[in-house]
Structure formats: C-alpha cells, structure tokens
Design a protein around this ligand. Structure first.
Ligand SMILES: Cc1cc2nc3c(=O)[nH]c(=O)nc-3n(C[C@H](O)[C@H](O)[C@H](O)COP(=O)(O)O)c2cc1C
Length: 324
C-alpha cells in the first residue's frame, strides 16, 4: 500500500508527522517516534518574544547601555541559556538522532530582526521551517488590513532569509480566510498548516483570575480543519497540512480527501504514546484495501470544494436548509 506523500517538495514515507509540542523536545522520544513510523517531526516553537528578549538583553549588556539604564541589570542574560542558542543546540541534536526530516518552528506575527533566526535554524540543519503566525489582534486601533500586512511581511522576510521550504501555520480567525491564505501562497509559503488550536480560557470569579489551560483535542476538532483544507485544495501551490483533531485512521483518510498532504498529530500521541503511529498506519492501510484505493495520491482532494460548481451558494444553501 502506497502511503507516500510529498510535503513542501520533501518526499515522506507517509502523511503522518509529529506536530510541534513537547513530544519533540526529548531525544529518546523522537527516536521512538521515528521507529514507530513518524514521517517527519516539527520541533516546539521558538517565540518571537524569546528572540527579541535576547536582542534586548544583548543591547542592555553592552557596557555603554548598562551605565545609562541602571535597571537594565535585571534584563542581563545568562549567555549560556539564551533561548535561541538552546533551540539551535536541540535542533542539531535531533538532526543527529533521527534520519527523518526535522522542521524547526518559529512563532511570531510582526516583522523584525527576530526573523533572522530562521537563517540560523537553516544553518543548524533544519529541513524546513514552520512559521506559526499568531497575532492576538486585541488592539482596537489595529485594523485587520494592518495585521495581515505585518503577517505577510513576516513571511516575505523569512522567505528572503532562507533557501529551505517554509510552512505557515494559521489561525482560523480571519474574515476572509481563503483570500489571506492565497496571499500567503503568493508570498512563497511552501505549505499552509490549518489551524492553530487555542488553549482554553476561563474565569475564576472569586479570585478574579484568568484561568488558562492546554487541553488535548478530540476528533471533534477536525471539522473546521477539513473545511479550511477543502476550500484551499487545488487553489494554492503550497502543500496543505492539517493540525488539530487527528485521532483515528478515518481522520487521516478524511484529511487526505479534503486535500491535505500531511497530518500533524500531537494529542493522540500524547494520549496513546509513540506506538500509536503504527496502529494508525495499519488501520489506514486496512481501510484503503477494504475500499479499493491503492494510494493516498489518487484519493487526495476528492472531497474538496473543487468538485462543487459554486461553493458559496452550496454552503449558504446547506446552512439554510439545516435550520428549516
Ligand atoms: C502541550 C502542547 C504544546 C504545544 N506547543 C506548540 C508549540 O510550541 N508550537 C506550535 O506551533 N504548536 C504547539 N502546540 C500545538 C500543536 O502543534 C497542534 O497544533 C495542536 O495540539 C493540535 O493538534 P492535536 O489535535 O493533534 O493536538 C502544542 C500543543 C500541545 C498540546
């Protein structure tokens, strides 16, 4: 059974890759994930704030500035523990430990010097970079056009800094998501990854505190990603990846039919362990044999919007009928 796929021009043995998370933080675990059949790994993110923090620290630690800003000493970095350096060291170690492609991850949303880290990641051996574009957009003075302009500039900057492919991981919160994805595609992204999964936020109304927690997903999180992927399939040059809610073999099949070249799996592996990748592969193969498909390639995108003559009318109409 042929589960091979190509993601951002990189040939992979299967579409199942390990998403950015603590799973790829540990060297033993990444080896076990590779043994269990992970086709590639995405490392945890290095955040814009961590990098700009380093740059601030470098600035304050120069003698001149230390003198002029007495409070600067509280920012002084430990040069041995700068997050950017630690990140690159981890990347080098993971590259040495496994033979599968390793994708480094940067998380940010505004253009700036921090994007130079993409080039350091490339030099440290990353096979590709995933740029997780997340903007809180909570400043009412900042228009959506300006937020999108900053995000696009960030993609251009990183594209200009490296020769390896870049994937852009997007949130679903855009008014005209498909149009923005097309702009990301034109900016040269080699893959678009759908979607950021937000942490849960609640209030403690006695202590007046905001409570935040990261919860594992379920297959119920998949539908939003299937729709986003089905909208983009065949309309962008970039490869498509789904992250969020892939838990079963059927989820992998559905993602492929929507048009995804890869699925990134985190919660299911945190719940069941690395060996679950083998189970998924066996079950995907069994399903394909039972349903007479011989490759993912021939199956990909057969549930995408491309097969619908007028998707906007179709969506409005099915929405209307459901509530009547
Ligand atoms: C504990 C944890 C840590 C994560 N860390 C990152 C991260 O550093 N960068 C990132 O882009 N996504 C991160 N994610 C999000 C995952 O990469 C993934 O997009 C999300 O969990 C949805 O996939 P899933 O449904 O398979 O869990 C994290 C997720 C979890 C659960």
């Amino acid at each position: 059974m042929n589960l091979a796929t190509t993601y951002m021009g990189i040939p992979l043995s299967s579409p199942m890759i390990v998403g950015s998370s603590p799973l790829t933080e540990d060297l033993d675990l990444v080896k076990r994930l590779e043994d269990a059949g992970a086709a590639a790994l995405v490392l945890p993110s290095l955040y814009e704030e961590e990098v700009t923090g380093e740059q601030m620290s470098d600035f304050f630690s120069s003698e001149t500035h230390e003198d002029s800003f007495p409070e600067a000493t509280s920012y002084l970095p430990d040069p041995d523990t700068a997050p950017g350096d630690q990140y690159l060291e981890h990347l080098r170690r993971v590259k040495q430990a496994v033979g599968i492609p390793v994708i480094a991850s940067l998380n940010g949303s505004t253009p700036g010097g921090w994007t130079f880290h993409a080039s350091l990641m490339e030099q440290a051996g990353a096979d590709a970079i995933e740029l997780h574009l997340y903007h809180a957009a909570s400043d009412p003075e900042l228009s959506s056009a300006e937020v999108e302009r900053q995000m696009l500039q960030t993609v251009w900057d990183i594209k200009g800094a490296v020769d390896i492919p870049i994937a852009v991981k997007l949130s679903p919160l855009f008014t005209a998501f498909a149009n923005f994805a097309l702009q990301i595609d034109k900016a040269g992204a080699n893959a678009i990854v759908l979607f950021t999964r937000f942490h849960k936020v609640d209030f403690d109304v006695i202590e007046l505190e905001v409570l935040r927690r990261v919860e594992l997903s379920s297959s119920a999180d998949l539908d939003l990603r299937l729709r986003g992927t089905a909208v983009l399939a065949g309309r962008v040059k970039a490869s498509l990846g789904i992250t969020g809610g892939v838990h079963s073999a059927l989820d992998v099949i559905k993602a492929n039919m929507a048009g995804a070249h890869v699925v990134q799996i985190v919660s299911a592996l945190m719940r069941h362990g690395p060996g679950y990748l083998k189970t998924l592969r066996t079950e995907v193969e069994a399903w394909m044999i039972a349903n007479e498909w011989s490759s993912l390639e021939e199956m990909r995108g057969n549930m995408s919007f491309q097969r619908i003559p007028n998707p906007a009318v179709y969506e409005r109409e099915t929405f209307r009928r459901m509530f009547q």
